[in-house]
Design a protein around this ligand. Structure first.
Ligand SMILES: [Cu+2]
Length: 155
């Protein structure tokens, strides 16, 4: 039971440390391929290009110049956030091995548009003000009429 609790605690801690929505791309060193070679993310999400201890140095460079992990390295941990506005298909290559077919694609889907609730136009003040003023006018008129009537009775 204690072992299970410790394992759960470790899992929770790990999840808190890394952004769980990151999409990881690694290198399949046996075939000089990105793994997976095609990933799909939503705007705002990040792709992490991660490999370590590779026999050959690799990088990940977008054909459209959007991202670039830098010089080919045997150890890479490059994280790129696809900000809003980057929606589309971005192909990338490992420069030293592009001709060998070490290419990939990141498909970025547009973030869902958040429904902005339109604020109700504050037009209700106008009728209530006019209602109040017409009530006041009525009350005033009633007072005047009452006084007039009183005066008449006195005379
Ligand atoms: Cu490579």
């Amino acid at each position: 039971m204690l072992m299970i609790s410790v394992a759960l605690l470790c899992a929770t801690t790990q999840m808190a440390a890394a952004d769980s929505s990151d999409v990881i791309v690694t290198v399949d060193s046996s075939s000089l391929r990105f793994s997976p070679s095609e990933v799909t993310v939503t705007e705002g999400q990040a792709v992490r290009f991660m490999w370590s201890g590779q026999a050959l140095p690799h990088n990940a460079v977008a054909d459209d110049g959007l991202f670039d992990s830098g010089e080919p390295e045997r150890d890479v941990d490059y994280r790129f956030v696809f900000e809003p506005g980057t929606a589309g298909t971005h192909s990338f290559v490992c420069e030293p091995h592009a001709s060998a077919g070490m290419v990939g694609t990141v498909i970025v889907e547009a973030a869902p548009v958040e429904e902005v609730e339109e604020e109700k136009v504050v037009a209700q003040d106008t009728p209530s003000i006019s209602l109040v003023s017409s009530l006041l006018v009525t009350a005033f008129a009633a007072v005047v009429v009452a006084r007039y009537n009183d005066d008449e009775q006195v005379e």
